[in-house]
Design a protein around this ligand. Sequence first.
Ligand code: FAD
Length: 495
Amino acid sequence: MKYDVVIIGSGLGGLLCGNILSKEGYSVCILEKNNKLGGSLQTFGRKACIFNTGLNYTESLDEGQILHQYFRYFGLHNKLKLRRLDENGFDIISFNDGTYNLAMGIKNYRDTLSGYFPKEKSGIIKYLEKIKNICSSISLYNLSDKPFNIFECDSLGIGAADFIQSVISDYRLQNVIAGNNLMYAGHKEKTPLLIHALINNSFIESAWRVVDGSHLMINILAETITNNGGSIFKNAKAGKLLTENGSIKSVELTNGEQIEGKYFISNTHPEQLLSMLSTVKISSAFSYRISNLEDTIGIFTLYLVFKKNSFPYLNYNFYHNNQDNVWVVGNYDRAKWPQMYALMSTATSKSDYYAESASVLTYMKYDELEPWKNTFTGDRGDDYLQFKNDKCEMLLNAMEKQFPGIRSCVDSYYSSTPLTWRDYTGTRSGSAYGVLKDYNKPMESVILPRTKIPNLFLTGQNTNVHGILGVTISSVITCGEILNIQYLVRKIRNA
Ligand SMILES: Cc1cc2nc3c(=O)[nH]c(=O)nc-3n(C[C@H](O)[C@H](O)[C@H](O)COP(=O)(O)OP(=O)(O)OC[C@H]3O[C@@H](n4cnc5c(N)ncnc54)[C@H](O)[C@@H]3O)c2cc1C
């Protein structure tokens, strides 16, 4: 069978591209290596509880805000049940000697932080103006007709930590503002202001949880594609891309089946794409660049099932930092693990008073997992299970200090490591957010959706910014290469 568009990977990026192009009348085929769709947006169940894996909260979903408009276009806005997080503290930034609320809405955010740090009010205003201006200057964050060009953003070459320090004098406040930087694996010496601004400004506008699991979003997107005549194949791992006259002709699956197409979109990590091009002549400069990209650090997640009606549902995210400096990634110290953690309750329609379950996230370096790097999920041996168990106990011990008695509320727990992510999503070294953007070499860390092969494109978190909004925009940029970006933007604006 020959399709107009063959998409490799059913992560959010792949499914959104499938939506856009099938709506425009293209015959679309999505190939997913796993037996479940969604990549990082998969959920799993334990003891009748749902766990989200890569979507704990999302942003800018009030009417008139940017993700709301994209969700309207994708038909998600009125089909998903959403819960708005606490207006006066959607994120709580905790240190060993105090907590600080990050409030929703520019004015509320400014007034809440100025309440803790009255002398810093003008710096807080400067900070908020700057991150808002950065978002307003990027066309796809406000759906303007201006061409999208990430290279034009000077904030890509400025450090997030340096900028915060330039407008805020108080060391604690500098760290409060960056205290949720697990959301972007913030690295003091590398993370560009652009990444910090796009993510923080959008969450300050409004922050939400998807109720009853992120797989619901995946189901809606997959259903639209099939209703539009598209095909989605699970357990279909792309192995090789085959060429004819300098263009891609087909994908060969690892079972030998070949699927032909006019256009090909890869939702995988660029290095995976490179390995699929092993039989194609690629410039050595391009191969070198892709193979040498640095990825963001991975995440260890502890999934807690609570005893019935024992632990409250927290309508906010709790980011605890065990030291005053929140820029942990560059100072990762195995002996002090966990240097930080984020506790995120799962939102369900069963109760908004008690939590059935929660996820606890912290960083984990891939080299800690060296002994098991040649193993596969579900078959790594007892020593790996013991390693994970020890880490869960360390996290629970750490949490007892901020949530005394939490241990007695836990019915059971489960965990995932960067190896789990590597095997499920195919990200190199189990990186959480894919290719790292580095303000010291801004051009090198930006991956464009268009490749040197005329009918081959990339999409997903590696090509723009990670997260729901970032990946949504990446899918629009990718499809804009095929459809014409101005045409697509107009459609989204008028949805
Ligand atoms: C722990 C964690 C928590 C997060 N929390 C949030 C959050 O609260 N809010 C938020 O906005 N974002 C969050 N994110 C980020 C967000 O989940 C991701 O940025 C986003 O889902 C990535 O989507 P993607 O389409 O780029 O890639 P992926 O989800 O990685 O999808 C890639 C897909 O390609 C498939 N694939 C790979 N190789 C092949 C092959 N050879 N053949 C066929 N298929 C293949 C994979 O199986 C996968 O389905 C979180 C991420 C992590 C890791």
